[in-house]
Design a protein around this ligand. Structure first.
Ligand code: GLN
Length: 428
C-alpha cells in the first residue's frame, strides 16, 4: 500500500499554494531576491518519520525561527530563574523588531521579539565564552535539534549586518539598561549570524518535533533539553511566537508556532507532531502568508488545535472481578477482588479508580490490581496508586500488583509507605 499522507499533504500544498498574497522581506537585500513561488511543507512525527512535499530540500535562512531554540539553549545552560531575570515571558502585542523594553528594568518582554532574542543569545554557554565559542555552542545546539550539522549562509549574514540599524539600536538600549555587559556590536553580530543558519523544511519539522516530543530529538533519540525547558519554550511560542497576531493565531490555528522573515514557519503540537512550511511572501506581521493558510488548513482538517478537548478517557478500572476461591477452604466463596486497570494511570484515571474503591469497597481480604493493560504511569498516578495501596493494606487487605511491564516495580515486594507492603508479580 502507498501511504495516503504524502498525497494529502501535496493536495494541501496545491490548494494553499494558489494564493499569492504578501510581499518578500526587502529590508535584508538578499531576501528580496528569493523566488517568491517556492513552496514546501514537512510534517515530522515523534517517532522520527518525516513527510515532506514541494521544495523540501531547498535551504533558506532560519531567521527568527532560531529564537525559540536559542531560548531553549539559554534555559538549559542557566536555568529558568536566571533567564527570567533577564527576559520576561509576557506577550508584547508589538512587532518583532519594536524598540521596546519593560519600563523600569529594561527587561525585554519575551524571548520571541528581537530585544529578547538578542538577550537570550548572550545567555547561551558560560558567561565568559568569547564570541566564536558562543556561536559554536549555538550552532551545535541548533544542529542537535535538527539532527544534522547545519551551516551559516555567510553572504546573508554579512548583508543583514550592513543594514542592522534597528537591531543595533535595541542592543545599545539593552546594554544601556545593563541587561547584558557584552559589546552590543558583538551581540548583534552573533544574533544575526544565528538568524543566517541554513535549514530545510525537513530540518525545521524535526526541530519542531523535538519540542513537541518533550525535548527528545525524534531521529537520534538524543535528549536535547529537559521536559521542563521544552514546556517553557512551547508556552512562550503559544503566547508570543506570532508577535502581534499571537491571539488570533492561538484561537484560529491553536498550535504553538514561530515564523521567520525568510518565509519559514514552524508549529509544534505537544505530544503529536512538528510542522514546517516555507513560502517567502509575508503578511504585515512578517509571517508567511501561504504558511498561515497551510497551518489553518492542517489544524481544521486534523483537529490539531491545542484547545481541542480530547474525548474523556475510558474508565481506568476496566473490569472488576472476584477472585476464584484460592484459600482452599472449599467453601465456594470468593477470596477477594481483582481490579483490571487500563490506559493511563494519571490523576483523572486514579481519581475515578479510588472513588470506586471508596464507594464500593472490596469486601474480601485479597485485592489484586492488574496493570497488564496499562500503557503509562504518570508520576501523580503512581503516587495516588501507592497511597491507595497503603490505605488498602491499613484496612486489612493483602494487596498484589500484577505488573508485567514493570511500570511500577519489578517482581518482589514494594513498600507502599510507612511500612505497608504489597506483593508485585509479573503475571496472573
Ligand atoms: N534577522 C531578522 C531580524 O532580526 C529576523 C526577524 C524575523 O525573522 N522576524 O530582523
Amino acid at each position: 500500500m502507498k501511504s495516503p499522507i504524502p498525497d494529502y499533504l501535496a493536495e494541501v500544498l496545491e490548494t494553499c499554494g494558489a494564493n499569492d498574497e504578501g510581499v518578500l522581506a526587502d529590508y535584508i537585500p538578499p531576501l528580496a531576491e528569493a523566488d517568491p513561488d517556492r513552496l514546501a511543507l514537512a510534517l515530522g512525527t515523534l517517532d522520527g518519520e518525516v513527510y515532506a512535499v514541494g521544495d523540501a530540500d531547498l535551504e533558506f535562512t532560519i531567521q527568527s525561527i532560531s529564537k525559540p531554540f536559542v531560548y531553549a539553549l539559554a534555559l538549559a545552560d542557566h536555568g529558568l530563574e536566571a533567564v527570567l531575570e533577564k527576559v520576561d515571558v509576557e506577550p508584547s502585542g508589538e512587532a518583532f523588531n519594536e524598540v521596546s523594553l519593560e519600563a523600569d528594568s529594561g527587561r525585554p518582554l519575551n524571548p520571541m521579539i528581537n530585544a529578547g532574542a538578542l538577550t537570550t543569545h548572550t545567555l547561551v554557554g558560560a558567561p565568559d565564552l568569547d564570541e566564536e565559542a558562543r556561536f559554536e555552542r549555538i550552532l551545535a545546539g541548533l544542529s542537535a535539534f535538527a539532527g544534522r550539522d547545519l551551516a551559516v549562509d555567510e553572504e546573508i549574514w554579512q548583508a543583514e549586518l550592513e543594514v542592522a540599524h534597528r537591531n543595533h539600536a535595541i542592543a545599545y538600549m539593552l546594554r544601556g539598561h545593563g541587561v547584558f555587559a557584552l559589546d552590543p556590536r558583538e551581540v548583534v553580530r552573533g544574533y544575526i549570524r544565528q538568524c543566517a543558519v541554513l535549514v530545510t523544511v525537513k530540518d525545521l519539522a524535526a526541530m519542531a518535533a523535538t519540542l513537541a516530543n518533550g525535548g527528545v530529538q525524534p531521529f537520534t533519540g538524543e535528549r536535547i533539553v529537559s521536559r521542563e525547558v521544552g514546556r517553557q519554550v512551547l508556552s512562550v511560542m503559544a503566547t508570543s511566537g506570532m508577535y502581534d497576531s499571537a491571539g488570533d493565531w492561538l484561537s484560529t490555528v491553536g498550535i504553538p508556532a514561530k515564523s521567520g522573515v525568510s518565509g519559514g514557519l514552524i508549529g509544534a503540537l505537544p505530544g503529536q507532531v512538528g510542522i514546517a512550511t516555507f513560502s517567502p511572501r509575508l503578511d504585515e506581521h512578517g509571517t508567511s502568508t501561504r504558511g498561515v493558510r497551510i497551518c489553518e488548513r492542517l489544524s481544521s482538517d486534523m483537529g490539531m488545535h491545542l484547545m481541542e478537548v480530547p474525548a474523556p478517557a475510558r474508565s481506568l478500572v476496566g473490569r472488576r472481578t472476584t477472585l476464584p476461591n484460592v484459600d482452599g477452604a472449599g467453601d465456594g466463596e470468593s477470596d477477594g477482588w481483582t481490579y483490571e486497570l487500563q490506559g493511563s494511570i494519571n490523576f483523572v484515571g486514579m481519581e475515578r479508580a479510588l472513588r470506586s474503591m471508596v464507594e464500593d469497597p472490596p469486601g474480601e481480604t485479597a485485592v489484586v490490581l492488574d496493570l497488564t493493560r496499562v500503557h503509562e504511569v504518570r508520576d501523580v498516578g503512581r503516587r495516588m496508586l501507592l497511597e491507595g495501596v497503603r490505605r488498602l493494606v491499613l484496612d486489612g487487605h493483602t494487596v498484589t500488583l500484577v505488573d508485567p511491564d514493570g511500570l511500577l516495580a519489578e517482581p518482589g515486594t514494594i513498600d507502599a509507605g510507612e511500612g505497608t507492603e504489597a506483593r508485585v508479580i509479573d503475571h496472573r
